[in-house]
Design a protein around this ligand. Structure first.
Ligand code: HEC
Length: 347
């Protein structure tokens, strides 16, 4: 079960948590003042964890995700590397592929890890602190694998950000929007031709999806640029998707959430955001309807009902200040805030 932290704080935390460096995985402990994400340093929870954290600066860049995510967590490191006989022969560093890889003498297609860079050089320039001799000593002293290693652990569930495709598709659906809200439908065959993007709609769309974006007007290519800013890839340009949630993705999502929530609120007969209220209802005139709609919108966007404290924070910190200007702004702002919520961004 997740515990929900105060609304606005948690948004900041998730951005940081998704961008963490070496202090990742369920097994590592964090030193320092409680929840504050930037005050701590990594503290190893065991000898294996110490080796993992020590090697991480040289390896994690390529092995947090991908084919061999052996640096994704302590459990991944132990099951994928430490207790995998192919790489580590307990008590026998000379015949351990891991050591040969660090020394650049491993047989096969990948004689050296990291590829093309002697590990000793990384020690010499201070990028890593553990020497090959120390890694060898750890292998000599390594104890047998604990019995429960093979058991899947629910605690190892890893949160990841939604990728850009998921964001675009699920947001359209949640907000009751369709392609017709963004692209020109004046040609009867528009679905099968490159889309002509309507001006000022803040369309966001993958560059490699059929039938493509026309490029006829200034606004068109922006749809793809925004998608890439959101962290999306483009297989036609060999552009990889971004697994982290960095500043450009955050900025793109802020703009997209505001623009798309605005379209959803303004769209005739669209119940996605305004299910139990109209723009004529206010917190003084019809407080129950406002609360009911807030609760419903939270559930719709985040897939779980809010607890009372969270609902109160959303109402007092987001909805009410904007309602002082007008109800449209209040619902657009509340809708957009929910899209920036950690529960929305992560999967
Ligand atoms: C620049 C990227 C990169 C870095 C940094 C890197 N690796 Fe690799 N590693 C690869 C690639 C590419 C492969 C082979 C393809 C695959 O399995 O993903 C690989 C494969 C491996 C394998 C499996 C080899 C096999 O033949 O089964 C191990 C073990 C490994 N790396 C360990 C490490 C360790 C330990 C470090 C840090 C000291 C490290 N890697 C750093 C890119 C990298």
């Amino acid at each position: 079960m997740r515990t929900l932290r105060p609304f606005l704080l948690s948004a900041a935390l998730v951005a940081l948590a998704l961008n963490q460096g070496a202090c990742f995985g369920e097994g590592s402990y964090r030193q320092g003042a409680g929840e504050e994400p930037d005050s701590g340093t990594c503290v190893a929870s065991s000898d294996n964890d110490a080796v993992r954290l020590a090697l991480a600066p040289a390896c994690e860049g390529c092995h947090v995700n991908g084919n061999k995510p052996i640096f994704a967590s302590l459990a991944a490191f132990e099951s994928g590397l430490v207790y995998n006989e192919r790489y580590v022969k307990r008590g026998d560093p000379e015949n351990s592929l891991l050591i040969q890889m660090l020394k650049g003498t491993a047989p096969g297609s990948y004689p050296q890890m990291p590829p093309g860079q002697p590990y000793d050089q990384l020690v010499a320039n201070g990028r890593v602190t553990m020497t090959i001799a120390q890694v060898e000593q750890w292998i000599r002293d390594l104890k047998a694998a604990p019995a429960q290693l093979e058991t899947p652990s629910p605690a190892e569930f890893r949160v990841r950000r939604l990728n850009a495709e998921e964001m675009v598709v699920s947001l359209m659906d949640q907000l009751g929007l369709t392609l017709e809200d963004f692209v020109s439908t004046s040609n009867p065959d528009w679905r099968n031709r490159a889309y002509v993007v309507n001006w000022n709609k803040f369309f966001v769309w993958p560059g490699d999806w059929h039938p493509g974006i026309s490029g006829e007007y200034v606004s068109d290519p922006r749809s793809i640029e925004r998608f890439e800013a959101l962290g999306g890839g483009n297989s036609l340009l060999y552009r990889k998707k971004d697994a982290a949630f960095g500043p450009s993705a955050a900025q793109a999502l802020v703009q997209m959430s505001q623009a798309w929530c605005g379209r959803a609120v303004d769209k005739q007969n669209n119940k996605a955001v305004l299910r139990f209220v109209t723009l004529a209802d206010t917190s003084t005139k019809n407080p129950d309807a406002v609360q009911k709609n807030l609760r419903n919108l939270y559930l719709r966007m985040l897939g779980q009902p809010p607890d009372d404290a969270e609902l109160k924070a959303l109402y007092e910190q987001v909805y009410l200040p904007l309602e002082a200007q007008n109800t449209r702004l209040a619902w657009v702002g509340t809708c957009a805030a929910l899209i920036r919520h950690p529960l929305w961004i992560t999967y």
